[in-house]
Write a protein that binds this ligand. Structure first.
Ligand SMILES: Cc1cc2nc3c(=O)[nH]c(=O)nc-3n(C[C@H](O)[C@H](O)[C@H](O)COP(=O)(O)OP(=O)(O)OC[C@H]3O[C@@H](n4cnc5c(N)ncnc54)[C@H](O)[C@@H]3O)c2cc1C
Length: 571
């Protein structure tokens, strides 16, 4: 009995923290993302939360917001975006959670489409399709997200095949709940089909147009994938990067610049009849012993405190070796990795994430904010394929100009490079691109500089300014969004749709106005230390941490960059 109650108690504790917590009932609420800390470390507040369970209840919630002239935002059950996308404007807004609007999945076999409630989570979505021998061709690599969240930030996997890797490319229609006049009852449902021009606005909307209710997507008969990873020297990476995805259905590249190595993932579709029951259970998304996550964080703190770059490099090598020898969490028979090729059904390969359903509180997602585990920044920028060769060459120059300066991200699975196709969605990718995901240590407080942070700041500014990269809307630090809106030729069309669908901008917030270029003041700051967390580009030493030897200096390769560099002799 005692054991049983401990297990039950542990199970309850294993759930990740909810995105919304309220002081009294559903009022006086605080909204937190999965990582627990927003980029500017502020608190995100709302007056009230609603949990609609049907489309009619969404209409009622929006009508309530309109009647009371409240700023509104949709938030998902766990909310995985890094920027403050889910915060309604001000601190007296209304959040509409899709937590209870997450079960409707209706398959139309004749049309080969599926219509889902927007709060349906990816794991449930692809597994439900699979139980009907159907597959969804693309998705994010992390399965804890919702279909509404995926669409709203333009989320993707890796592919240049067919319509490409972004989930929104497979949308055939959307029902959207928008504000309306008093005569219309303050809220109404609009349907956008492929015949509606506005579908290109609604498909990727950052949540500023209203509430996505029902989403219809194309599906296919189930197929399998055959995955083989190969590791080799990165000496010709610049020649491979633009072409690797051609004829490689789901290929991606993990680049370890500090080790001069790259892992090429060859990942092809194969017919369902090919034998294989493989599963992708990526190690970084598996339930991780809390003690290990805490020990990793402690080790990182020690490396930072003692300025031990070599320590970060050793950790990176150990991590890369472990991932490689364990097949990154690929399991040929569903249990163990026994070698390549690994073949399995699309739903078991396309996405993973067992940690958010962990059955024990002793094992959680490594970044769970309640355990003092991993805490990091993520810079995720898409570079147009035609500029990708020069970008790689510049990163190599940066690597060569610094002594082990890129070991930090290599200890977070290296640079994940994935392919995304040019989109007709107004906020989708303006060009065929390679999306580069770089994860790295974040300090415990906003005033503490990081080891080799100048190298990562230069990389970030190089990607954003020199190579005109577009930021992932659901990731990144503020700096990545500087002038981002100007990179979208169809932005005026998006803003026009926004004006028509939500004329009083109730679904807009300070953050969405900044990233869409509606307002400019406030995206970056002028405060002391602001460059340390990407809240500004330094223009003066005080934006870094001169008291700790970090001064504002030009980049080494991209000389227009301004970065916080440690200079020992001056301390
Ligand atoms: C561990 C991890 C791995 C990830 N892997 C990938 C990856 O492989 N590829 C990738 O592209 N991204 C990836 N991401 C980023 C992620 O896909 C995006 O941040 C995504 O938007 C998160 O979806 P969510 O359901 O958590 O939505 P949230 O983060 O809660 O919301 C995102 C935005 O969508 C809006 N929104 C959500 N639902 C609705 C709705 N029904 N109506 C209107 N607006 C809505 C919200 O208001 C907000 O603006 C990853 C994130 C994490 C934490």
């Amino acid at each position: 009995m005692l054991t049983l109650s401990i297990v039950f108690f542990a199970d309850v504790l294993a759930l990740p923290p909810p995105a919304v917590t309220c002081r009294s009932g559903n009022s006086n609420c605080t909204i937190s993302g999965t990582y627990g800390t927003w980029p500017d470390r502020s608190t995100c507040k709302a007056a009230q939360v609603f949990y609609p369970a049907s489309e009619q209840q969404i209409v009622d919630a929006v009508a309530f917001g309109v009647r009371n002239n409240m700023k509104m935002k949709v938030v998902t059950r766990l909310s995985h975006s890094i920027p403050k996308l889910v915060c309604p404007g001000g601190d007296q807004g209304l959040v509409i959670s899709t937590k209870n609007y997450s079960s409707g999945i209706v398959i139309d076999r004749e049309a080969m489409t599926v219509t889902v409630d927007s709060g349906v989570e990816l794991r449930n979505f692809v597994d439900t399709l699979a139980s009907s021998q159907l597959a969804f061709p693309q998705s994010s690599y992390w399965s804890g997200v919702t279909i509404g969240g995926l669409l709203s930030t333009g989320a993707h996997g890796s592919s240049l095949r067919d319509l490409g890797s972004a989930v929104h490319e497979y949308v055939t229609s959307i029902r959207l709940v928008v504000p309306a006049s008093p005569a219309e009852g303050y809220a109404k449902v609009l349907t956008f089909t492929q015949a509606s021009e506005d579908l290109d606005a609604v498909k990727v909307s950052l949540g500023v147009l209203g509430v996505l209710s029902k989403i219809t997507l194309k599906v296919e008969p189930m197929f399998k994938r055959s995955v083989t990873n190969t590791m080799r020297s990165d000496s010709d990476l610049e020649d491979q990067v633009a072409t690797f995805a051609n004829g490689n259905d789901y290929g991606d590249i993990t680049w370890y610049p500090s080790m001069n190595q790259a892992v090429y993932r060859i990942d092809q579709r194969v017919p369902s009849i090919v034998p294989g029951n493989g599963v992708n259970d990526f190690i970084g998304f598996q339930p991780t012993a809390v003690l290990i996550s805490q020990a990793t964080r402690t080790t990182e703190r020690v490396f930072e405190f003692t300025r031990d770059t070599q320590g970060t490099c050793n950790r990176a090598r150990l991590q890369a070796f472990t991932l490689w020898t364990t097949g990154y969490g690929l399991k040929n028979n569903g249990v163990l990795f026994t070698g390549y090729p690994l073949i399995g059904n699309q739903n078991r390969i396309q996405t993973s994430g067992t940690c958010y359903n962990s059955s024990s509180s002793l094992f959680t997602c490594p970044w769970d904010p309640s355990i003092d585990g991993l805490f990091f920044h993520q810079t995720t920028i898409s570079i147009a394929l035609e500029r990708s060769r020069d970008f790689i060459l510049d990163v190599k120059r940066l690597r060569n100009a610094t002594s082990n300066g890129l070991c930090g991200p290599d200890g977070y699975s290296g640079f994940l490079m994935r392919y995304v196709k040019k989109s007709s969605a107004y906020l989708g990718k303006p060009e065929d691109s390679v999306d580069i995901d770089v994860t790295y240590y974040r300090a415990d407080d906003a005033n503490t500089p990081r080891l080799n942070e100048d190298v990562l700041e230069e990389l970030e500014q190089m990607a954003v300014f020199k190579y005109q990269g577009t930021p992932h809307w659901g990731k990144n630090r503020n700096v990545a969004f500087v002038n981002a809106s100007r990179k979208y030729p169809n932005l005026p069309k998006f803003l026009d749709a926004k004006k028509r669908l939500d004329p009083n901008a109730l679904f807009s917030s300070e953050w969405s106005d900044l990233v869409l270029g509606v307002t400019t003041a406030g995206l970056t700051s002028d405060k002391d230390h602001c460059a340390l967390e990407g809240l500004c580009i330094c223009s003066s030493d005080r934006h870094c941490a001169p008291e700790r030897g970090y001064f504002c200096r030009p980049g080494r390769v991209f000389q227009q960059a301004r970065v916080c560099r440690f200079e020992e002799r001056l301390v």
